[in-house]
Design a protein around this ligand. Sequence first.
Ligand SMILES: [Zn+2]
Length: 278
Amino acid sequence: MGMLNAFTIDVEDWFHVCDVDNKESKFDNWNKCENRVVDNTLLLLKILREHDTKATFFFLGWVAEKHPELVRKVSEDGHEIATHGYAHKLIYEQTPEEFSEDLKKSVNILEGIITEKVIGHRGAGFSIREDSLWALKIIAECGLKYDSTIFPAKRGHGGLESAESYPYLMDLERNLRMWEFPMSVAHVFGRKVPFSGGGYLRLFPYWFVKRSIGLINKRGKPAIVYIHPREIDIKQPRMKLPLSRKFKYYVNLKTAEAKIKALLADFEFASVKKVLKL
Ligand SMILES: [Zn+2]
């Protein structure tokens, strides 16, 4: 058996996009948008079942509140339920009080649906950076055992280039420790390059993704893959986005499903909880 890697899904809909100013992405309009997250998540569940793989589903609280039956179904399939916050707000645009409230609300919703305790968190848009590191302590104080928000590379929003590239246990203060499972990066000509999720996973050729995970595993470390249900939905409505975001959001949607299946066939994956032995 090969090394165990983490497979993660941020359960949100096609209009949950951060850091843009368009009609659909505004919280007050979410209820008016067509729901596509349920069917797309069910399709991902089917693919995971076919590959006998368990994953971590970071549910947006807003989605869980609207579709508790979906949370139950994912949990009954043996996957880990974790939180993606409630309203998909960037952490560095919130006060610590607002962030704490949003996080607690999402955990309460999830724990009201499933019997298991929620122990993992991923913030919207990977938005823990130098000026929002305070969030880690709040997450740990909330009783969570790991965070998986840090992106140890340069990117549009979020991004903490100096951060470690592999999972590590953080000492936040006396008696307060929590794991961080940062997004995987490839090292290309001395630069850290994201490759294992979202637009990056769709953009890079499969051989590059496969080789990069292989290199991480060769060092004895687990990689982490992250996807969104909308990424296998080629028929999703297209939003008016700035050109660069539009590219990242919609590039190579057609290739996503095949890439996900190839990854599941080529590597061993499990939930974050299992990979970190929590
Ligand atoms: Zn998200």
